[in-house]
Ligand binder design. Structure first.
Ligand code: BGC
Length: 767
């Protein structure tokens, strides 16, 4: 009898030890307690595209072909694997599958830069609500987006994925983006945290940045997104920051992100296996992506030799489980694989229309009547760039070209010209297909080069047509930065085309319209006078050309504004002095004999310009620009009333009434800048602190816009005290149609100086 009792007792103890609680929302601690070291380490490492767990291929990875990564399941404890997929302009998955006749296309939405050009957080939320629906209906748990690095320099190859040169605009756009996606019950991964502002040597480059520039420029947008939108995940970047990989930087991933900003989700690495897995995990990087067995082994060994503690490991495991219980896969959501692509295409078209920027419109060239005979120039008219290359590329069912969109809108296109460009494209495609091979639709800036048209032909076309429309295109993407020559600058073929078209059409009193189908800023100062109108749709997604046509015909009145500056010269940006603007990789770099001398702007980049990024530099130092930050024209005009600024418990509230003083309905984005009183830290002449956009106002109609700014938002970072500081005194509140076009001002008096202490972390190695 005694023996039976003992056996029973032993069985009870053993069951307790090896209990197999199935994961629920309420038993996370119990599940952690039941996990073996091996199981914990496995949960912290992704399973790559085809995950193999204990010799068995994971079903989850196989379920959504083309997804970028996943997390590994643990059947014993009821932990499902989850699926992660790119990317910012829509969901990136494979459009077709083996032995399956169905298609899995996703909508190609406008790129991040165009979304930001809308200055409309409501619109961005609407777009990403639709995008998030595709994420959910295709069985994905987290969209690896938004991309939100600051446009430090016009040539960063991934700028099109990112929002702006200004941290407030970028942060507000990212927050809206996250809210829209996550309203579907799927997650986001705000990326790339942080200071991933160039693609050249992106895996190793050491960004050397002052504490102030970090806090005010490169981290501020992430701070806003985390505090305002609670993203499920953050993606740490590939690069180093002040001498250490960001994904291994405790100060960045824990002290600032979690302790200061209150981030509650998981941090995952960008897609690369760095040797310091244990250091990453200790720093607060919960998930290694795409993940491999070495990383699991390193974590196990790290716990065994004490280089990472059990508590640190359990902290990360807890974060992972808290993430997993939020996912559709955990909640057994039955996805349809049938999102409403038709409805989403409409959302994409509308969004592009609300964001396209009208840069120039001499003598009301636009809108056109809509039935003109049009000579459409430029290979990009038939090879339209909907989005960039690399992981930001979306596998969409189609891309509407300018040729198709304008024909559909009622224009009569010059057939000879259209045939010529189509032939050129087909010929190029044949040659390109012979050399192609990446599943990413090409990397870097793969793009059909402009082709020359003889001046005599242009003269003939000018006789036969009413107006010339020239589409200039650029593509860029992950893995390479753009170049100063033949990319930021026009190529000689493009320049000649513009010159000849301008001469021929203007000689007959006919207009020239230029459409900039680009992913990043180009030089415009030297040639803009050749055009009567310039439209900037960026890379506007699969329906973007229809949106351009809507604007050309006046069906939509443009209301987008620039989220960055268009400088006169590339070198006018202070960051250009420390940017690899003409870098060509050399073979075997780093494998030569003897110690390698670190190469400036490649192995390391000095952010010597500090906080003087974009308009902060141009406005404060009175440097001429081609188009200022926040600039954009409309087919109507607006007047701004005398503003009202009232102190609140926590800062101020500012209102201004905007009236449509022109003759067609339109929307106006109002930008609120603040000039700080002298005496405190040195500050830019003006900094964007808020913005708002009117609804569609009929001629004569008004709307009052109210914006709030807190004392904390007025603060600058003082490195000497490691604190955010807001000086007391009069602040000039400026209401601008752009940073260079201030329409009304008012004063706000900050009664007392205020400060918010922060940790003294992230300093450069040598000061
Ligand atoms: C990119 C990320 C992307 C990831 C997964 C990386 O190379 O930098 O932005 O989310 O790949 O595709």
């Amino acid at each position: 009898m005694k023996r039976v009792l003992l056996t029973l007792a032993a069985a009870c103890i053993l069951t307790g030890l090896y209990a197999q609680p199935k994961l629920t929302k309420d038993n996370i601690d119990q599940v952690i307690a039941a996990m073996t070291l091996q199981e914990k380490a496995t949960l912290l490492v992704g399973g790559a595209r085809a995950a193999i767990v204990n010799g068995v291929t994971s079903g989850v990875a196989a379920e959504v072909p083309g997804a970028a990564g996943n997390t590994r399941p643990n059947e014993r404890l009821g932990i499902p694997g989850t699926v992660l997929a790119d990317g910012p302009a829509g969901l990136r998955i494979s459009p077709t599958r083996q032995n399956d006749s169905k298609t899995y296309y996703a909508t190609g939405f406008p790129v991040g830069t165009l979304l930001a050009s809308s200055w409309d957080t409501g619109l961005v939320e609407e777009v990403t609500k639709a995008m998030g629906n595709e994420v959910k209906e295709y069985g994905v748990d987290v969209l690896l987006a938004p991309g939100m690095n600051i446009h430090r320099n016009p040539l960063c190859g991934r700028n099109f994925e990112y929002f702006s040169e200004d941290p407030l605009l970028s942060g507000k756009m990212a927050a809206a983006y996250v809210r829209g996606i996550q309203s579907n019950g799927v997650g986001t991964s705000i990326k790339h945290y942080a200071v991933n502002n160039q693609e050249t040597n992106r895996n190793e480059n050491d960004a050397r940045v002052s504490q102030r520039a970090l806090r005010e420029i490169y981290l501020k947008n992430f701070e806003i997104a985390v505090k305002e939108a609670d993203p499920w995940t953050v993606m740490s970047s590939y690069n180093q920051l002040n001498g250490e990989y960001t994904q291994q930087k405790l100060d960045l991933l824990t002290t600032v992100l979690r302790d200061e900003w209150g981030f509650k989700g998981i941090v995952m690495t960008d897609w690369g296996n760095k040797a310091g897995t244990v250091k990453s995990a200790k720093a607060g990087n919960d998930l290694m992506e795409p993940g491999n067995q070495n990383e699991i082994d390193r974590i196990v060994a790290g716990v065994q030799d004490g280089s990472i503690s059990q508590e640190e490991l359990d902290r990360n495991v807890g974060n992972m489980l808290n993430y997993i219980v939020r996912t559709p896969r955990f909640n057994k959501y039955k996805y349809s694989n049938k999102p409403d692509l038709k409805a989403h295409a409409e959302v994409a078209r509308k969004a592009a229309g609300e964001a396209i920027v009208l840069l120039r419109n001499e003598n009301k060239t636009l809108p056109l009547k809509g039935n003109e005979k049009v000579a459409l120039y430029g290979v990009s008219s038939v090879d339209f760039v909907a989005g960039g290359t690399g992981s930001g590329n979306v596998n969409k069912a189609y891309v509407v070209t300018m040729e198709e969109a304008m024909t559909k809108a009622g224009f009569k296109l010059d057939k000879k010209l259209a045939d010529f460009y189509r032939l050129h494209k087909d010929y190029d495609k044949v040659t390109r297909d012979l050399t192609a091979g990446t599943g990413f639709s090409g990397w870097g800036s793969a793009k059909l080069a402009e082709t020359a048209i003889p001046a005599q032909a242009i003269n003939l076309e000018a006789n036969e047509n009413d107006v010339a429309v020239v589409v200039l295109g650029r593509n860029a993407g992950e893995g390479a930065d753009r170049k100063m020559m033949d990319d930021f600058e026009l190529t000689s073929v493009e320049r000649e085309l513009l010159q000849n078209v301008s001469t021929a059409y203007h000689a007959q009193g006919k207009k020239v319209v230029v459409i900039l189908n680009i992913g990043g800023v180009i030089e415009t100062m030297s040639w803009k006078n050749l055009a009567d109108a310039i439209l900037l749709p960026w890379s506007p997604g699969q329906e973007g050309a229809n949106a351009v046509a809507d604007i050309l015909t006046g069906k939509v009145n443009p209301s987008g504004k620039l989220p960055m500056t268009f400088p006169v010269n590339f070198m006018d940006h202070p960051s250009s002095a420390n940017f690899p603007y003409n870098y060509t990789p050399t073979a075997n770099r780093g494998f030569g004999r003897g110690p390698r001398v670190p190469q400036k702007d490649v192995d390391y980049t000095d952010y010597a310009e500090g906080i003087w990024v974009g308009y902060r530099h141009f406005v404060t130092r009175n440097v001429e620009v081609s188009y200022p930050f926040g600039f954009g024209l409309s087919y109507t005009t607006f007047t701004y009333s005398k503003p009202v600024v009232k102190a609140t418990a926590d800062g101020f509230e500012a209102s201004v009434t905007v009236t449509n003083s022109g003759s067609v309905a339109g929307r106006e984005a109002v930008e609120l800048y603040v000039s700080a009183p002298a005496g405190g830290l040195e500050k830019p002449a003006r900094e964007l602190k808020a913005f708002a956009k009117t609804r569609l106002l009929a001629p004569g109609e008004s709307q009052t816009l109210t914006m709030k700014v807190s004392a904390y938002e007025l603060a600058s970072f003082n490195e000497a005290t490691s604190a955010w500081e807001t000086a007391a005194g009069p602040y000039t509140v400026c209401f601008g149609a752009s940073v260079a076009d201030i329409r009304a001002t008012a004063l706000y008096k900050q009664k007392n100086a205020q400060n918010w202490p922060a940790h003294n972390v992230l300093a450069p190695e040598t000061k």
